[in-house]
Design a protein around this ligand. Structure first.
Ligand SMILES: *Cc1c(COP(=O)(O)O)cnc(C)c1O
Length: 448
C-alpha cells in the first residue's frame, strides 16, 4: 500500500511541477520592436503576385500569427503536451569546466536545445505547424531545408499527425549529411536535393548552374505547393510565426535564470534565418537596455549578411519566386561557398532580425568555419557536448566573450542558445581537423 502510494505521489508531484514549467503561451516580439515589421511586397516586374501566392499556399494559422500584434499567443493544449513529451523544458546548464579552462570570472550558461529528439530546436515550430495543418485539414506539407535539421523536424512532426511531407534540401548539405536523409525517409518523408528536376524552378536553376542553398530549396518548395494543392507550404525560420513558436526557448530560459537567481549580461545565438536568435532573445527584449544587456548574433563569415550585407528588399530565393522582404542581404545571386554550415548558408534573412540589427539592438559577429569548429572541439573536450556547426558559432562567441571578461576582470553572466547537436555533422569536424589549425583560441588562453 505504502509503496505504491510513494510510487504515485512523487510522480504526480513531479508532473505538476513539470507542467507549470512549460509556458502555455508564446511571446510575440512584434509589438516590442522599435518599428513595425516591414511588410513583404511584390516586385513591379508585371509578373504574378507573390504575396497573393503565399497567402494561398500557407497555413491560415501562420498568416494569422504573422498578422498578430498581441504580446501573448496561447499555445494549443496538444502542442503543449507534445512539447512536454519530447523533452521540454530543455535544461539550462552551466559550463563550469569550460569556464575553468578559460580562467574566466564569467559564468557561462547553455540552453540545451540539442537535447530534443531530432537534435535541434526546429522541433518547437514543426510540431506547432504540423498540428495546425492537421486541424486545418491539410493532407500534406512541403518545405525547404538547409542543413536538413528542419526537414528532419518536419518529417518527425508530420509522422505524429499522419501528414505527407516533401522536403527540398540544399544539394550541398544533402551530399554531406546522407544519414539525415535516411532519417527523414525512415520517418516517411520524401526528400529532393535542390536544385532538382521535380519543379520548373529547379530545372531553371539547374540550367543556370545555380549551386543549391536554402534559397534554391525555398524557390522549389513554393513552386511545388503552387501546383500541388494537397500540400501547404511551411517555413522553418525567418517568419514571425516561426519566431513566435521559438519564443518557448527564451521564455523557459528567462524562468530558469530567475529560479537560479541569475541576471544575464549577454545573450548569444547563431543566426541563419533568425528563428533561434529571435525566439531566444525576444522575451528579454522588453528589458533590453543598451550596455546593460547585450544581444550578440554569431553569423558565418561565408554568408556575412549582418556584418557585410545591404539593407534592402530582396527575394529569399535566387529566381525571384518568393515575395520581396526587407532585411540585410548579400543579393540573391550571391554565390555561397560550399561549407559544412548549411543552416546559416543563405543570402538574406529575417526582417525581424534585420530591424534588431538596424537599431543596434543585436551586435553581429562573423566567424570562419575553422574558428567555429575549433570552438566546437574545445566545447566537446571540456563539456562533453557535441554542438552542431551552426551552434558552434554561438559557442565561439561565448568563448570570446568569456575571454574578454577575463581580460577586463569582469564577472558577468553569459547565456547562449545551443541550437543543435552535431552527431550528423562529424564529416565537417573531421575536415576541419585536417585543415591547418589557426590556434586562435589557444592563443587567447595562453595570453591570459
Ligand atoms: C536551422 C538551424 C540554425 C539556423 O536557423 P535560425 O532560424 O537562424 O535559428 C541554427 N542551428 C541549428 C542547429 C539549425 O538546425
Amino acid at each position: 500500500m505504502n509503496d505504491s502510494n510513494e510510487g504515485i505521489i512523487p510522480s504526480i508531484h513531479n508532473r505538476s511541477i513539470h507542467n507549470r514549467s512549460i509556458p502555455d503561451r508564446w511571446f510575440n516580439v512584434a509589438p516590442h520592436l522599435p518599428e513595425p515589421i516591414p511588410p513583404a511586397k511584390d516586385p513591379d516586374d508585371g509578373g504574378p503576385s507573390r504575396v497573393a501566392l503565399m497567402s494561398r499556399i500557407r497555413l491560415k494559422a501562420a498568416l494569422n500569427q504573422d498578422a498578430s500584434r498581441e504580446t501573448w499567443i496561447p499555445i494549443p493544449g496538444p502542442i503543449q503536451e507534445h512539447y512536454e513529451q519530447f523533452g521540454r523544458p530543455t535544461p539550462l546548464t552551466r559550463a563550469r569546466k569550460l569556464e575553468a579552462y578559460l580562467g574566466t570570472p564569467a559564468k557561462i550558461f547553455v540552453k540545451r536545445e540539442d537535447l530534443l529528439p531530432t537534435g535541434s530546436f526546429k522541433l518547437n515550430s514543426s510540431i506547432a505547424q504540423a498540428w495546425f495543418a492537421s486541424s486545418e485539414g491539410a493532407p500534406g506539407l512541403v518545405t525547404e531545408t538547409g542543413a536538413g535539421q528542419w526537414g528532419h523536424a518536419v518529417a518527425f512532426a508530420s509522422r505524429l499527425y499522419g501528414l505527407k511531407n516533401v522536403i527540398f534540401w540544399a544539394n550541398v548539405s544533402a551530399r554531406q549529411k546522407k544519414e539525415r536523409g535516411t532519417l527523414i525517409k525512415l520517418l516517411g518523408g520524401t526528400v529532393h536535393p535542390s536544385p532538382s528536376l521535380e519543379t520548373s524552378t529547379g530545372r531553371m536553376m539547374a540550367d543556370q548552374g545555380v549551386v543549391g542553398s536554402l534559397g534554391s530549396a525555398i524557390g522549389e518548395a513554393i513552386t511545388f505547393a503552387s501546383t500541388n494543392s494537397d500540400y501547404k507550404y511551411i517555413s522553418g525560420s525567418n517568419h514571425l510565426h516561426v519566431i513566435q513558436h521559438q519564443s518557448i526557448i527564451g521564455l523557459e530560459t528567462k524562468r530558469q535564470l530567475e529560479t537560479m537567481g541569475e541576471r544575464p549580461d549577454k545573450l548569444i545565438a547563431c543566426v541563419g534565418g533568425g528563428s533561434n536568435l529571435a525566439g531566444f532573445m525576444g522575451p528579454f527584449l522588453p528589458e533590453w537596455k543598451r550596455d546593460a544587456l547585450r544581444f550578440i548574433a554569431a553569423e558565418a563569415a561565408t554568408a556575412p549578411r549582418l556584418t557585410k550585407g545591404e539593407w534592402r528588399y530582396d527575394h529569399a530565393d535566387p529566381i525571384g519566386i518568393s515575395p520581396l522582404s526587407l532585411s540585410y542581404t548579400l543579393g540573391r545571386n550571391y554565390q555561397l561557398p560550399e561549407t559544412h554550415i548549411g543552416g546559416l548558408r543563405q543570402h538574406n534573412g529575417s526582417p525581424v532580425v534585420g530591424l534588431l540589427r538596424r537599431h543596434g539592438i543585436i551586435e553581429p559577429r562573423a566567424y570562419s568555419e575553422q574558428e567555429v569548429f575549433e570552438a566546437g572541439r574545445l566545447f566537446l573536450q571540456q563539456e562533453g557536448i557535441l554542438a552542431a556547426p551552426e551552434s558552434c558559432h554561438a559557442v565561439r562567441a561565448a568563448i570570446d566573450c568569456a575571454v574578454e571578461a577575463r581580460q577586463m576582470k569582469r564577472p558577468e553572466t553569459i547565456v547562449f542558445c545551443l541550437s543543435g547537436n552535431g552527431l550528423l555533422d562529424l564529416g565537417g569536424y573531421a575536415a576541419s581537423e585536417e585543415a591547418p589549425q589557426s590556434a586562435e583560441i589557444e592563443y587567447a588562453i595562453a595570453t591570459r
